[in-house]
Design a binder for this molecule. Sequence first.
Ligand code: ADP
Ligand code: MG
Length: 253
Amino acid sequence: MANIIAIANQKGGVAKTTTAVNLSACLVEQGKKVLLLDLDPQGNATSGCGVIKSKLKNSIYDVLINEVPMERIIKQTELTGLFIAPAQIELAGAEIELVGLEQREGKLASALMSIKGDYDFIIIDCPPSLGLLTLNALTAATDVLIPVQCEYYALEGLSLLMDTIQRVKGRLNPRLNILGALLTMFDARTNLGIQVVDEVKKYFKSKVFSTIVPRNVRLGEAPSHGKPIVLYDDRSRGAEVYRDLAEEVLQRV
Ligand code: ADP
Ligand code: MG
């Protein structure tokens, strides 16, 4: 059965999508078969893998709301072994449409039943909110990985996220494991960056990954070429760092 890792933080711009795409690609390099599941209406993980959203016949929205089987929306990407369950903007409506449904937090978990034996990893890119889409991800997941941007107010909002995770554990998914917190967009030239690393380590203790993702121009450029970093610039610092993260993840699961 696949390890299902939700990449979650209700803050926008903390590198959830960057981490989801590049961790997925680096796990593929390690010989794993990976499904990247885009659960953000912005569809950045989808386009970041080279899938043209306007050409999609159906997407994760149809799986959650119209009971289209998951296997029907999954596409192979340019990187052999990396598959994507794409999202597009209509998914924004699902946040509201799910409210009226039975077992509204469990839709994604049920949809994954038939395919989770087919992959080693399913990586879920969550939207920047703690609404029903993120609750579906946390309910379906075996693990949650929390990216934390090395900036002022990094810890703000994290207690709300941790409360949400505890509530999901209590009611919906008792075995949900916090895989770790990942420090992102680190800038070694600033005291602030170093200070934030210390604070986050105090808060998460051994749950903080030893891999710290620095700011890296190539990581920022890769999505506009529709490629994970290992296809865009194999030798960049960004590629190296996400390879290190993949190794750490393999040790922790
Ligand atoms: P989120 O999904 O949490 O909103 P993104 O992964 O989209 O965050 O990242 C926000 C922005 O920062 C994007 O433009 C992305 O390309 C850029 N970015 C992410 N990580 C890095 C990094 N390590 N170095 C430079 N730019 C980055
Ligand atoms: Mg995102």
